[in-house]
Design a protein around this ligand. Structure first.
Ligand SMILES: [Zn+2]
Length: 371
């Protein structure tokens, strides 16, 4: 093929100029390339003013795992998707109608797994990022494997047991992560950098049922959870862009009712097990909600993460806000929680009836133990 024809063959892929001189075609296609590059660059131009082109490049090469896709997690995930960060979305639950007031799902998403629904939504928000979705339980057997590709983890969890497990997995693999939670009109955010700051076990005692209020007992306002989700996403972006997150080693408490923001420094505890390499939740010494389906029924036996000794009378009082107490004595508490019947024993074990699958039973059990 003569040189001229080769040149024409190479550059004549733009239909309207097929009959034009090859040099004009080259110019046209170069122009298109320029427009494409300008469009690509335009997308993050406002963000690049703040974090720089290098920062933007780092974001586009990184992956953030968002663990728990409720009010905090779904907001953080959407902001990170818009920023150009790749995502791994993890949640075992399905979308319920009562989620729509504060979580970024549509009415059409009800009954869909949250991880899948959010992946579909965010793929239309930003088609240029990679989004993984895991609609499964986060437990001691898969925690490390799930987080292998993550450069940062946003905590959108709804119970303390999973948070302690996240703490162990991230401390062991040296992955920075947020401790972020919201209930009522308030919320807290902190960034934990393994080996550099206090970890969750440095400043929180072991998880004990009834220790913290949940959105089911205390309610939740969307502006509070959205603020926490936004702050958690901001911490992730700061870290990925190469800066020290503002809340590394600090605990920020917010309250949208009082419009207050307060911070406190979190000291590292020298006898903290996780900081000293003892990952007891990850090794299932203290964690691991185990289930077994009762033969041929929609009932599941759920064993609490560790042996408990519950004051069932006090527990019934607290749980009365989310479930109907049907029967109680010193040893057993019989509850009707939505469509599920739950028998809770003093040692923390329970039987969950009318659960569609194992994950649903675990979710119900986690909610009860977090109440
Ligand atoms: Zn620690």
């Amino acid at each position: 093929m003569p040189f001229y024809s080769q040149f024409r063959y190479r550059w004549n892929f733009y239909p309207p100029v097929q009959q034009m001189h090859c040099f004009c075609a080259y110019l046209m296609n170069a122009h298109i390339l320029k427009l494409f590059l300008a469009y690509y660059t335009m997308r993050y131009s406002r963000q690049e003013i703040v974090i720089g082109k290098d920062g933007q490049k780092k974001l586009s090469q990184a992956t953030v795992a968002v663990l728990g896709l409720g009010a905090v997690g779904s907001v953080a995930a959407e902001l990170l998707a818009r920023s150009g960060t790749n995502l791994l979305l993890i949640d075992r639950d399905v979308v319920e109608e009562s989620n729509l007031q504060r979580q970024l799902y549509d009415e059409d998403d009800v009954d869909k797994p949250k991880a899948i629904a959010l992946k579909e939504r965010l793929a239309s928000v930003n088609s240029r990022i990679r989004i993984g979705a895991v609609a499964d339980d986060f437990n001691a057997s898969n925690a490390e494997a799930l987080l292998t590709s993550a450069h940062f983890v946003v905590d959108g969890l709804d119970n303390l047991y999973s948070r302690f497990l996240l703490n162990d997995a991230c401390m062991k693999r040296r992955i920075p992560f947020t401790y972020s939670a919201s209930v009522g009109t308030s919320g807290i955010v902190s960034t934990i950098a393994p080996g550099k700051t206090a970890c969750l076990r440095c400043f929180l005692p072991n998880p004990s049922p009834g220790a913290l209020e949940t959105c089911e007992t205390a309610g939740i306002l969307a502006p509070a959870s959205a603020t926490v989700g936004a702050l958690a996403a901001g911490e992730a972006m700061q870290h990925l862009a190469g800066n020290i997150p503002s809340l590394a080693g600090e605990l920020l408490s917010i309250d949208v009712k009082r419009a207050s923001f307060d911070t406190a420094t979190l000291p590292q505890r020298h006898d903290c097990p996780a900081c000293n390499g003892a990952y007891t939740f990850l090794e299932e010494k203290e964690h691991g909600m185990r289930t077994a389906q009762l033969c041929g029924t929609k009932s599941y036996y759920v064993a609490a993460p560790k042996k408990l000794s519950l004051d069932l009378h006090a527990f019934a009082k607290q749980l009365g806000k989310i479930c109907r107490v049907q029967r109680q004595n010193a040893y057993v508490l019989q509850l009707a929680c939505g469509s599920k019947d739950v028998t809770l024993f003093r040692n923390g074990k329970m039987i969950v009836r009318n659960a569609s699958n194992e994950n649903e039973a675990k979710s119900a059990a986690a909610r009860i133990l977090s109440s």
